[in-house]
Design a protein around this ligand. Structure first.
Ligand code: ADP
Length: 300
């Protein structure tokens, strides 16, 4: 079992010729609602890749909330601990894409921001029975910390994808078995003192982090265990269509592999395969691959 404690958002995507100026009204070309949120995306990724996934999170008391919870259930994810927050709006990301493909994004956390440590306590049995706990940073840090503490104390594997990047409390790092970051996130998480990747990683190890996984886009991913030499696992070469959700696919695949008892290097390899397949397709959740697709890719 993989348990995700994390965000559930609806992405509201407008395509327009350009961005509107303050006070101005312009006509856009299209509007799409796409389920997203790093928590939900990684839950969907892991479930499609053959994991058995339970989600702990919150949606608003609105049409988006109902449709997002149903969407997760349709994937086969256990949504018994996806709470409908009375009087709250669902988390949304308001995304405008201009003719050049640039975007502006406003995320309103809504129900995600209203999660409390009580939500984790209520779902304690799920966290205790899980093999892998998977966390990101789109919910309050106190909730991340509480979930990590329960799982860590019970000897479960804790994965933290520190995205969006934030300075991590020192009390959190020792609870995390695998800290997964991309190159930009690594420097934010490590803090301003780190001058290069090595310094950033050493600093995090010194603060109690165990293994650190740095995803490197088209270069693959590097596993840096504590007190052992780092290993680079190369990416697969593909034609890139849209890199959205590559990180979520990587993290989902990594979590599934660990939940099956595979060694970390094999988890990186599977993460790279899932990430590569995702960048060949447009969109977030729609582009996340299935286990059959990843297996076929790896045996090709
Ligand atoms: P994020 O999407 O979080 O910024 P990365 O860009 O590092 O993270 O991508 C995550 C993973 O997706 C990479 O480690 C790699 O496995 C895969 N990936 C991303 N971009 C490419 C690419 N251009 N070609 C092949 N694989 C890629």
């Amino acid at each position: 079992l993989i348990t995700v404690v994390g965000s559930i958002n609806m992405d509201l995507v407008v395509r327009a010729p350009r961005f509107a100026h303050p006070g101005e009204t312009i006509t856009g070309e299209s509007f799409l609602t796409v389920p997203g949120g790093k928590g939900a995306n990684q839950a969907v990724a892991a479930q499609r890749l053959g994991g058995t996934v339970a989600m702990i999170g919150g949606v608003g008391e609105d049409a988006f909330g109902a449709s997002m919870a149903q969407g997760l259930a349709d994937e086969g994810i256990d949504v018994r601990h996806v709470d409908v927050r009375g009087g709250r709006a669902s988390g949304v990301a308001l995304i405008t894409v201009n003719a050049d493909g640039e975007n502006t994004i406003i995320v309103v956390p809504g129900a995600n921001g209203a999660l409390t440590t009580d939500d984790v306590t209520l779902a304690r049995d799920v966290v205790l029975s899980t093999d892998v706990l998977l966390l990101q940073l789109e919910i309050p840090m106190a909730v991340v910390q509480a979930a990590a503490a329960i799982a860590h104390d019970a000897g479960r594997t804790v994965i933290l994808n520190a995205a969006p990047a934030a300075i991590l409390p020192d009390s959190l790092l020792p609870l995390v078995d695998y800290l997964i970051v991309n190159e930009t996130e690594l420097f934010t998480v490590a803090g301003p003192a780190a001058r290069d990747q090595q310094a950033a990683i050493t600093g995090l190890h010194d603060r109690g982090a165990s293994a650190i996984v740095v995803t490197l886009g088209g270069a693959g991913a590097r596993l840096v265990p504590r007190d052992q030499a780092p290993t680079l696992v190369h990416a697969y070469t593909v034609d890139v269509v849209d890199t959205t959700a590559a990180g979520d696919a990587f993290v989902g695949a990594f979590a599934v592999a660990l939940s099956e008892g595979l060694p970390p290097m094999e988890a990186l390899r599977r993460g790279n395969a899932a990430g590569a397949l995702t960048v060949t397709r447009a969109g977030a959740q729609p582009s996340l691959p299935t286990r059959d697709e990843v297996d076929a890719w790896l045996s090709a």
